[in-house]
Design a protein around this ligand. Structure first.
Ligand code: 5GP
Ligand code: MN
Length: 331
């Protein structure tokens, strides 16, 4: 067993002195980012800390039901307030990302801060910017690692139902409802969350059965008009243009999960979702089995991520971006 929890002793030491904590997760926060941030906030609140949660950009509305979600500071919306809380922080917790460039200008504020920095994350190759680090790529989610940190440092009974509910959110979303990245130890932890009363079915419903009609219509458009499948190359691609964003009034979170639809096709082993954003073209990659889309993104698309779920971007036209994807995957 690798000793990825070695730094918990140092973390416990930090938490023993109540202070101003800021919890930061990555840009375009997903269920794991928000679940781990809120779970940790609830725990630190109970230890007498004053805790602010900061995200570089907005989170999907499906997670608004979590406690304190409406108090989260968004750098895109309130940069001055974010700068103020980061300047005043004694401790900065970095959750679910491995490098300060994943949090854009919030990263510059963190870099300038003299606060103690703690990283809790499950992505490959963390940059060494933190004083204390819990980095473990076999973990399903950062939520699972926050569970580990609390259980190791303060005992499993310190995970209350409220904390456990937030952590279950990221476990559910980062494993696609227990479809991948699962392990025997994860199921043991999840079993404990059941025992303490976390309402799994309620969460499942809140998170996955919350699509609006326009989401289903957008999915229909993607599958009918924007999908290209190259069965001989085991590749599927869906793209959305700026015009599609206007036509379907696409907001944050609206495109979540579209890329996974490609993997439902038996012959598709690599799925790519390409979106034309205001300043960049963004890529979302997924794969089956041993194919590492993290390597592909690192080598060709200014990005990275996990073996089976990765992403990147290009400063180019949508057409050039699609040609690049095809030249990398089909030639
Ligand atoms: P998604 O496709 O859901 O946006 O991202 C899947 C995973 O890919 C993320 O959890 C993250 O690890 C990685 N990822 C997405 N975009 C980028 C990027 O621009 N740079 C890097 N390094 N990783 C990314
Ligand atoms: Mn995650």
């Amino acid at each position: 067993m690798d000793n990825y929890l070695e730094d918990v002793a140092g973390i416990k030491e930090c938490v023993q002195h109540p202070s101003k904590s800021v919890i930061i997760a990555h840009r375009n926060p997903d269920g794991d980012a928000i679940g781990s941030a809120i779970g940790l906030k609830l725990f630190l609140d109970s230890k007498g800390h004053t805790v602010s949660v900061v995200f570089p950009s907005e989170y999907p509305v499906a997670f608004e039901f979590l406690p304190h979600a409406n108090e989260i500071l968004i750098t895109d919306i309130e940069p001055d307030e974010v700068s103020k809380v980061i300047k005043a922080a004694d401790l900065i917790w970095c959750l679910d990302f491995n490098a300060l460039d994943r949090i854009d200008k919030t990263g510059e504020m963190v870099n300038e801060s003299k606060a103690g920095k703690i990283l809790i994350d499950h992505h490959l190759d963390p940059e060494p910017f933190a004083d204390l680090m819990i980095s473990h790529t076999p973990a399903s989610s950062t939520c699972e690692l926050v569970f580990d940190v609390i259980a190791e440092g303060w005992g499993i009974d310190s995970i209350t139902r409220e904390v456990g509910t937030a952590l279950m959110v990221g476990i559910l979303t980062d494993t696609g409802s227990f479809s991948y990245a699962v392990s025997e130890v994860l199921f043991k932890k999840v079993s404990h969350l059941f025992v303490i009363g976390v309402d799994y079915l309620h969460l499942q419903d809140k998170i996955f059965n919350s699509m609006e009609l326009k989401h289903v219509e957008l999915l229909g458009h993607c599958l009918a008009n924007r999908m290209e499948v190259y069965e001989d190359k085991q590749v599927g691609i869906i793209h959305l243009s700026k015009d599609d964003y206007k036509t379907f009034n696409i907001q944050r979170g609206d495109t979540e999960g579209i890329v996974n639809q490609l993997l439902r096709i038996k012959s598709v082993k690599i799925a790519v979702f390409v979106t034309e954003q205001p300043k960049i073209v963004k890529f979302s990659f997924r794969s089956k089995g041993d194919i590492s889309v993290a390597d592909i993104c690192r080598n060709h698309f200014n990005g990275g991520g996990h073996k089976n779920a990765a992403g990147g971007y290009m400063h180019s036209s949508l057409k050039d971006a699609l040609n690049k994807v095809k030249s990398v995957l089909l030639d």
